[in-house]
Design a protein around this ligand. Structure first.
Ligand code: F6R
Ligand code: MG
Ligand code: MG
Length: 373
C-alpha cells in the first residue's frame, strides 16, 4: 500500500498589531493557494491555521518527506502571504523568509517543518502541535514525558506494544550532529542532553521494536542561519497516536500543567508554556506568554478525514476546561517571572542573548570599562 505523508510547514510572514496574530487576509491567501494545489493534485487535503503570528500549513500528500514540490508549494504560499502582508504594511512582513530563492527544500531558508510519512493503519489519529514565542527545544520536556515517562503514559506500562520503548533522535544545533538514544535503557543519558534546551532538541521519535516513526519535530535555529536574532523558531510537532503509540490523552497529558520555555518577549526570556484553543492563539501580554495549540486529526486514505461538505475535521484540543489549570498556573508563573524584570533567571543567560540586540547595547559601554585595581 502507498504511504501517506503529513507535512506541517510554518512561517511568520507578517502579523497584525506587531507580533500578535495572523490576520484573515493572510489566511485567505494561503487557503486559495492550497486549494489550487489540491485541484492540481499536488496535495490531497489541507488545513490552514495559526499559532500566534505564525501561519501554519497542514497538508497531506503522497510525495514523501522533503519533497521539493511540497516545500516549493509552501514557499510560494508564504511568498504570496508576505506580498499581501507588505501591501497591508503588516508588521514583520516576510520575517521568516530569510533567503530570496527557493532551492528544493525550505529547511535552512527560515520556515519550520515537521513531516511524518507512514503506511496507513486501520485508523490514524495524530496530534498536531504548533507553538508561538518559543523554540523547538520547548518540546523536549513534552516528548520525554509522552514517550519515556510511565507516570505520564500509562501505555508504557500497560500496553505490550509499547513496552519495547522508544528511540529519540536528538540534534546538537551547535555542531549540526544527531545522536539516537533508546528509552528506557538510556533515559538518564537522554535527560542529560535534552535538559540542555539551549543546544539540544529532539527531532524525531521512533518505536524501538519496529523503527516505526512516532513523532517528528521542527528543528530550525533561525539565529544560527541568520547569525542574529530574527524572531524565535516557533516550533511545530506531529505525534502519532493510539494502537501501539501513546493515546491522544497521553500525548496531551504533559499540558495538565504549565512548564517554562525560552522565548517570550524579544526571544530573550523564560516564560510559561500556555496551552490555548485556536481562538486564544494570539500573543498579548509581554508578547506572550508562549502559547501552544493542539489539533486532533485523523488521516484517512491520504487525506485529512473530512465532513460531508469535504471540510477537514479538526478537534481544537486545548479549547477545553481540562486545560484551565495549566492556563492559571501559566499566568501565575508569568506574574512571578515578570516581577524580576531583566534580571536572570527571568531573562535568558548570556549565550542565548548573543543573538539578540543586547550585544549592541553592551558594545556602547565597552570603552568605559577600566582595568580593576
Ligand atoms: C519574539 C517576538 C517579539 C519581538 C518584539 C520586538 O519572538 O517576535 O517579542 O521580539 O515585539 O520586536 P521589534 O524588534 O520588531 O520591535
Ligand atoms: Mg512576528
Ligand atoms: Mg511567531
Amino acid at each position: 500500500m502507498a504511504k501517506t505523508t503529513v507535512s506541517l510547514i510554518k512561517a511568520d510572514v507578517g502579523s497584525l498589531a506587531g507580533h500578535t496574530v495572523v490576520p484573515q487576509p493572510l489566511f485567505n491567501v494561503a487557503n486559495k493557494k492550497l486549494a489550487e494545489a489540491k485541484k492540481e493534485g499536488i496535495i490531497n487535503s489541507f488545513y490552514v491555521f495559526n499559532a500566534g503570528d505564525d501561519l501554519e500549513l497542514l497538508m497531506t500528500h503522497d510525495k514523501g518527506e522533503n519533497s521539493s514540490e511540497i516545500h516549493g508549494l509552501a514557499w510560494d504560499t508564504f511568498k504570496a502571504g508576505a506580498d499581501k502582508a507588505k501591501k497591508l504594511k503588516l508588521y514583520g512582513a516576510g520575517q521568516d523568509l530569510l533567503k530570496d530563492a527557493f532551492s528544493g527544500n525550505v529547511k535552512g531558508l527560515g520556515p519550520g517543518v515537521a513531516e511524518l510519512e507512514f503506511k496507513e493503519r486501520g485508523s490514524d489519529p495524530i496530534v498536531v502541535y504548533a507553538a508561538d514565542k518559543t523554540e523547538p527545544a520547548a518540546f523536549n520536556y513534552m516528548l520525554y514525558k509522552v514517550f519515556a515517562d510511565p507516570f505520564n503514559t500509562a501505555g508504557l506500562v500497560i500496553d505490550p506494544k509499547m513496552s519495547g520503548g522508544f528511540e529519540f533522535e536528538v540534534l546538537d544545533a551547535y555542531e549540526n550532529k544527531t545522536v539516537t538514544l533508546k528509552t528506557p535503557e538510556e533515559s538518564y543519558s537522554l535527560i542529560a542532553i535534552i535538559g540542555t534546551t539551549e543546544r539540544y532538541m529532539v527531532s524525531r521519535v521512533l518505536r524501538s521494536e519496529d523503527k516505526e516513526i512516532a513523532a517528528s519535530s521542527s528543528t530550525t535555529k533561525l539565529a544560527l542561519i541568520a547569525g542574529q536574532y530574527v524572531g524565535k523558531d516557533d516550533p511545530v510537532c506531529l505525534i502519532r497516536g493510539q494502537s501501539g503509540f501513546p493515546a491522544m490523552g497521553e500525548i496531551t497529558m504533559p499540558f495538565l500543567h504549565s512548564y517554562l520555555v525560552a522565548g517570550w518577549m524579544r526571544g530573550s526570556h523564560w516564560g510559561p508554556f500556555m496551552p490555548v484553543g485556536l481562538k486564544d492563539s494570539k500573543c498579548t501580554v509581554f508578547d506572550g506568554p508562549p502559547r501552544i495549540v493542539a489539533l486532533g486529526i485523523q488521516v484517512s486514505n491520504g487525506e485529512l478525514a473530512s465532513d460531508d461538505d469535504g471540510k477537514p475535521m479538526v478537534v481544537d484540543i486545548f479549547a477545553d476546561l481540562a486545560f484551565d489549570m495549566a492556563r492559571r498556573e501559566a499566568l501565575e508563573l508569568a506574574a512571578a517571572l515578570r516581577r524580576m524584570g531583566e534580571f536572570e533567571p527571568a531573562r535568558l543567560g548570556p549565550e542565548a542573548m548573543e543573538y539578540t540586540t543586547l550585544p549592541s547595547v553592551l558594545k556602547k559601554l565597552e570603552p568605559r570599562f577600566k582595568a580593576a585595581g
